[in-house]
Design a binder for this molecule. Structure first.
Ligand code: MG
Length: 383
């Protein structure tokens, strides 16, 4: 029986992780859950899965949450400190990190430091602190299991292979909702339009990241840390059907791909059940129905975020952390109607241009760079 704690349990990854747990009650049990503010759902989940500890990030909701659980013996933690405490406990086998944005980095670090394996959906953890996390993983003998569909695909393709024989990684991306939109129309893209992803059903932040294709850029950086290849051996190919989830090319020209219907439940279940492929009754891939698969080069003029992410990875040091924080805040500003769609890469570029990169950064250097980026972006947004 694998004991799990799920951070972000009321979000897209969290709820789907719990669906997996529900289907395989002999395989998994839930120890801890955390949510930002959805106390009704958190309370229902805690009761249904017999959680021992839950954490509510918005502390002022504690009393209401307590009232919902009055007759149950459940430990309730609150606030950022409660979340970090829950993430750092070693009474579990696997931490599922379904948090969104830079706030998800420290919980990953706390789990790794506690010697706990992490099923990682929060891509910002490795983008911001890849080297630090890698050192800690070696020190504490901990593994990361990627939940992202692309990294799950590469991870599956690499089982049984020698890493020295990989020639390159090929990350596929749908191209998002604006793949065929002319560049001249990008400045008038609305929030409602950007929130409609053609293939994947995800949270708001990652859906906007898919529309700007920063999502793919962050995934390149994440792939670098997960699989140890340099930026020039990680390519992106646009594949609108999202049937091939990513590929690996080996030294002899052989290419392995992992395919499936575009449903996050598959990579989530694999990360939880690794090394097993447990049975599931969801929709199967129908090649005849799909008919054909398309591939295109990503358009860096329409999607400058891809170039910014590659540049940040090439430079390294604190720059990817700054890129990530700038992106987090620019996306939030776009969702709050404070900036337009093309303002997102503009803000990121002007922040990373001004950053004095610290090489081989400590966690403290990364936190300082993130704080610096936060202030810079706030200033730019206010104008
Ligand atoms: Mg992905």
């Amino acid at each position: 029986m694998k004991k799990l704690t799920i951070l972000g349990s009321t979000g897209s990854i969290g709820t789907q992780s719990l669906e997996v747990v529900k289907r395989f009650q002999d395989e998994f049990s839930v120890v801890g859950l955390s949510a930002r503010r959805n106390i009704e759902l958190l309370a229902r989940q805690a009761a249904a899965f017999n959680a021992k500890t839950i954490c509510i990030l918005e502390s002022e909701l504690k009393d209401d949450l307590y009232a919902l659980l009055s007759n149950k013996k459940i430990e309730i933690l609150t606030g950022r400190q409660g979340l970090l405490d829950l993430a750092g406990r070693d009474d579990i086998d696997l931490l599922v990190n379904g948090l969104v944005g830079a706030a998800g980095m420290q919980p990953t670090i706390n789990a790794v430091t506690a010697g706990v394996n992490v099923a990682l959906s929060n891509k910002e953890s490795l983008v911001m602190a890849g080297a630090v996390i890698q050192d800690l993983m070696a020190q504490h003998d901990v593994e990361l299991f990627p939940i992202d569909s692309e990294h799950s695909a590469i991870w599956q393709c690499l089982r049984g292979e020698k890493s020295s024989q990989i020639r390159r990684l090929i990350l596929t991306g749908s191209g998002g909702p604006f793949r065929t939109l002319p560049l001249s129309a990008f400045s008038s893209i609305t929030k409602a339009r950007a929130l409609q992803h053609p293939n994947w059903n995800m949270g708001a932040k990652i859906t906007i990241d898919s529309a700007t294709m920063m999502n793919k850029g962050l995934e390149v950086i994440e792939a670098h840390w997960l699989f140890g290849l340099p930026a020039d051996r990680i390519d992106i190919v646009v594949h609108p059907q999202s049937v091939i989830h990513s590929m690996v090319e080996f030294a002899d020209g052989s290419v392995k791909a992992q395919l499936g219907v575009p449903d996050m439940k598959i990579p989530i279940q694999y990360a939880l059940a690794y090394p097993d492929h447990l049975p599931a009754d969801w929709e199967r891939i129908d090649f005849v129905k799909i008919g054909s698969l398309q591939f295109e080069e990503p358009d860096l003029k329409k999607f400058p975020c891809i170039r910014l992410a590659y540049d940040a990875l090439q430079t390294g040091g604190t720059l990817p952390a700054v890129l990530n924080v700038a992106n987090d805040l620019a996306v939030t500003a776009f969702l709050e109607d404070k900036i337009g769609f093309t303002g997102i890469p503009e803000i990121i570029e002007s922040v990373i241009d001004r950053h004095e990169t610290v090489m081989n950064p400590s966690l403290e250097d990364i936190d300082l760079a993130a704080e610096w980026a936060y202030k810079k972006v706030q200033k730019l947004i206010k104008g």
